[in-house]
Each structure stands twice: as structure tokens, then as C-alpha cells.
Design a protein around this ligand. Structure first.
Ligand code: GLN
Length: 478
């Protein structure tokens, strides 16, 4: 068992283990194992070792290197890193290097964490399998014939393979929670606005949130604590105090009211539904009041999401024009250059989203599609609101199935989109959600159970997640 992030940081802070040694071990593990997984698109060995040495020097000098001292972290490649390529797994960004760090990168480094590399993803975070990458797919460390989920599949796989104890991803409609479930790790989508999006390449700005992957709930809480909190550089960043996180993990669920969401259990594959029901029983055994609740509006979440997210994406991706970033394919005039660059630079799924989104926003269709989807979004939020009048937290499956095979869904976008049914509702409502590993299917593939809480209810979220982790059946590896 590799040490957790918190164990590692404690050892580094007391000089029991050097940060250099911890970072070198991570880089060696990547070198030895990532050929088969392809979690990383770039490994920053020299930079990471130099940074680790600075942390060791700080420890030797008696200064505090921070709560994540010497912890190797991996970053999804849509998070800006100064002077280091940030590709979004797209040809259109080429070798573009941002001139600044994302706020989350600054904050992780301030907490003592060491960035060891950038991870593979679906192009511009559009996808559920990490197969829409210009670098080729990532494989699920638990079964190399299967996808790790997506779009943050590289970050989930990097943690599941034991390459790093912590990684960051982004979640617009499930891209942290779904790969976490598929790979058997913890993944958190915070309340919209709790974590700054400054330096996250935008997909659908009203939905995008950055969050952590970790092997344990306590590590995920520590990572979220490091990156959360107001940032004046993101106008949607909340100014509320950050909820209590680390202390919540061990709090338990005695007296908590937990609703098991019918729509997130019925209709999912049988082994997944069975684990979700066992998780609910375990919470009742741990002292919570557990009841079933129906939120019928959730059934329309997926349809609304696949209008709203492409609509926002079509606008956000207009900036990739061959002038400002990365790739340019020359042509006789500016407009032809623009067309040639975008034709060459974007992959098939990104083009599909741009077309769907442009259509949904066009005159004559705006009211029928975009405006209507916005009203459905409000109904989904109201449905949650009603449930939270009775329950402190909600529980359901994270995904309708366990990890599917590579290439199984690439020819069928609709089948791919359906893997997001359980995760998009929390995204539409802006509420926090976490996926916690809870047992396996008969093939030994991990199952994730999802917990949701009201906006800024991360303390409750982590209390329930911690209780689930303690109650989870022992691992059965394939
Ligand atoms: N799979 C979803 C999509 O393709 C969600 C992606 C995400 O959360 N970034 O849009």
C-alpha cells in the first residue's frame, strides 16, 4: 500500500522522509507503469525534483512547508501551468504554454504539493471515456481493456495506479465523479463557485468546477481545503467561508437524514444498484435515518445538459481561431485560415458539440431548445431543493454501469452521453457531489456510490463520504 497524501505530508514535515524521495518514487512509478496506462501526457520530472528540494530545504530551515508538503500531484491538462504546455488534449492548442498558473495550481503549490505532470483527458473535457484525446486513450488501471471514464480519466487513472496520491480534474457534468467510480477512487465535484475557475480552460462556464481525486476521503478533503475559497480573479467565485472539511470526515452520520434517490438507483445496472442499496443500509446501520425519495425532475437532466453544455461550449471555443493560441493552418485569407485551422485542430466530438450548441442558440431555435433547457435546469434545482427540505444528504449511484470496454461506445455518441445520467443533475443544480468506492461488480470492477448535499454543504458531504468509506466492503481486485 502506498502512503496516503496526509501520511506522506506528515512524514515530510517531520523530516522522516524527504520530499525529494517521495517525488522521485512517484516519477519512478510513472516511468515503470504508465506505458501500459497512459495517464500522463507530460511528466515534469526535473521541475518536480527541484521543487521537492526546496521543500526539504524549508523543512531543514524550520519553516512550515504547508499541509501537503512534498505530496506529488497530477493536473488535468486543461489547468493552466505557467511555461508548461496546456493542451486540453487538442491539436488546436498544439504546444501552447500559458503565461500564468491557474489559481488551483498556485494554491496547491502554496500548500507544499509538487506537480509531477499533466494528465490525459477527453478533448476540451468533452467525453466520458478519455478516448477523445489527440494523444490516444488512457486505460483503466483496474482492467486495461476498459476505459477509465472521462473526461478526467488520466487524473483518475494516475491515482488508481498509485502513481500519485492526489490529482485534480474538472467536472462539468460528471467528469470527476464518473472516472472516480470507474477507477475505484474518491472524486469530488465541489459546490459551483467554491473553487476558482481562473486558469481552467472553459468548457461550459456555468457548470465547470475543479475538484480532487484521491485514494481516501480524508485526502480528498485535504486537497479541497487547499484549493477552495474566494478568488477575485473568478467573478463566479463565492465569498462565503469554506465549509469545514477535514474535521467532517470522521464525524459519522448519527441522526443524519439521508434520502436514497429512486431515479439514481432504479434503472441502473443491477450490481451497481445493489451496491448503492447496501451503502444506504450501511448508513442506516451507522445511525442515519434513511428513506427513499423520488425527484422526478432528474429524468430530464441529461437532455437539458446536452443542450446547455454544447451551447456554452460553442461560445467558449470560438476563441480558438488560429490567431490567439496554438495551431494555425495557413490559407489565402483570414476567414479561410480560420476554417482550415478549426477543421484540422478540433476532433470529431468537439465539432459535434460546436454544431449542436450553435444550432441550439440560433435564431428561431433558441426558445425551443436553449431557453427550454434553462427552464428544465431550474426545475432540477427545485427538485433537489424540495428533497433537501427533508434530507441532509442524498445518495445514489454515480454511474449506470461499471467501466465499459475501450471502443465500446466511440461509434455511438448517445450511448456515451448516457453514462452521465446520474452525475449531470448535481452539475445543473450547482450542488456538491462526491463518488466513493463501494464494493465491486461480479467481474471485480469498482462501483462508485454518489453522495450529494445542498450548496456549500461540503461538511455533510464529507461526513457521509467518510462513513461510507468505513463501511465499504473490502477490495476485491480483478
Ligand atoms: N461526459 C460529459 C460530457 O461529455 C461531462 C464532461 C465533463 O464533466 N467535463 O459533456
Amino acid at each position: 500500500m502506498s502512503p496516503t497524501a496526509l501520511e506522506l505530508a506528515a512524514a515530510v514535515r517531520t523530516a522522516e522522509r524527504s520530499a525529494r524521495d517521495a517525488v522521485a518514487a512517484s516519477i519512478e512509478a510513472i516511468a515503470a507503469g504508465d506505458g501500459a496506462i497512459h495517464a500522463f501526457v507530460e511528466v515534469l520530472a526535473d521541475r518536480a525534483l527541484a521543487r521537492a528540494e526546496q521543500i526539504d530545504a524549508a523543512v531543514a530551515a524550520g519553516s512550515d512547508p504547508g499541509p501537503l508538503a512534498g505530496v506529488p500531484v497530477a493536473l488535468k491538462d486543461n489547468l493552466c501551468t505557467r511555461g508548461v504546455p496546456t493542451t486540453c488534449a487538442s491539436r488546436i492548442l498544439g504546444t501552447w504554454c500559458p503565461p500564468y498558473d491557474a489559481t488551483v495550481v498556485e494554491r496547491l503549490e502554496r500548500a507544499g504539493a509538487v506537480v509531477v505532470g499533466k494528465t490525459n483527458m477527453d478533448e476540451f473535457a468533452m467525453g466520458s471515456s478519455t478516448e477523445n484525446s489527440c494523444f490516444g486513450p488512457t486505460r483503466n488501471p483496474r482492467d486495461h481493456a476498459r476505459v477509465p471514464g472521462g473526461s478526467s480519466g488520466g487524473s483518475a487513472a494516475a491515482v488508481a495506479a498509485g502513481f500519485v496520491p492526489l490529482a485534480l480534474g474538472s467536472d462539468t457534468g460528471g467528469s470527476i465523479r464518473q472516472p472516480a467510480a470507474f477507477c475505484g477512487v474518491v472524486g469530488v465535484k465541489p459546490t459551483y463557485g467554491l473553487v476558482s475557475r481562473y486558469g481552467l480552460v472553459a468548457f461550459a462556464s456555468s457548470l465547470d468546477q475543479i475538484g480532487p481525486f484521491a485514494a481516501t476521503v480524508a485526502d480528498a478533503a485535504a486537497a479541497l481545503a487547499a484549493i477552495a475559497g474566494h478568488d477575485e480573479r473568478d467573478s463566479t467565485s463565492l465569498s462565503d467561508p469554506v465549509p469545514e472539511l477535514a474535521a467532517a470526515v470522521g464525524r459519522g452520520v448519527l441522526g443524519r437524514r439521508i434520502g436514497v434517490v429512486k431515479e439514481l438507483v432504479d434503472g441502473v445496472d443491477r450490481p451497481v444498484a445493489a451496491r448503492a442499496r447496501e451503502a444506504a443500509e450501511a448508513m442506516a446501520a451507522a445511525g442515519a435515518t434513511v428513506e427513499e425519495v423520488s425527484i422526478p425532475q432528474l429524468r430530464y437532466g441529461l437532455a437539458a445538459y446536452y443542450l446547455l453544455a454544447p451551447a456554452e461550449a460553442s461560445s467558449n471555443l470560438a476563441r480558438f481561431d488560429g490567431v490567439r493560441y496554438g495551431l494555425r493552418v495557413d490559407a489565402p485569407d483570414a476567414s479561410a485560415m480560420n476554417v482550415a485551422t478549426r477543421t484540422e485542430g478540433f476532433g470529431a466530438e468537439v465539432k459535434r458539440r460546436i454544431m449542436l450548441g450553435t444550432y441550439a442558440l440560433s435564431a428561431g431555435y433558441y426558445d425551443a431548445y436553449y431557453a427550454r433547457a434553462q427552464r428544465v435546469r431550474t426545475l432540477v434545482a427545485q427538485g433537489f431543493g424540495r428533497a433537501f427540505a427533508t434530507f441532509d444528504a442524498l445518495l445514489g449511484a454515480t454511474t449506470p454501469t461499471t467501466a465499459f470496454a475501450l471502443a465500446e461506445r466511440t461509434e455511438n455518441p448517445l450511448a456515451m452521453y448516457l453514462s452521465d445520467t446520474c452525475t449531470v443533475p448535481a452539475s445543473l443544480a450547482g450542488i456538491p457531489a462526491i463518488s466513493v468506492p463501494f464494493g465491486a461488480d461480479p467481474a471485480g470492477l469498482p462501483v462508485g456510490v454518489q453522495v450529494m448535499a445542498p450548496a456549500l454543504g461540503e461538511s455533510t458531504l464529507f461526513a457521509v463520504a467518510g462513513a461510507l468509506e468505513r463501511a465499504a466492503p473490502p477490495e476485491r481486485r480483478p
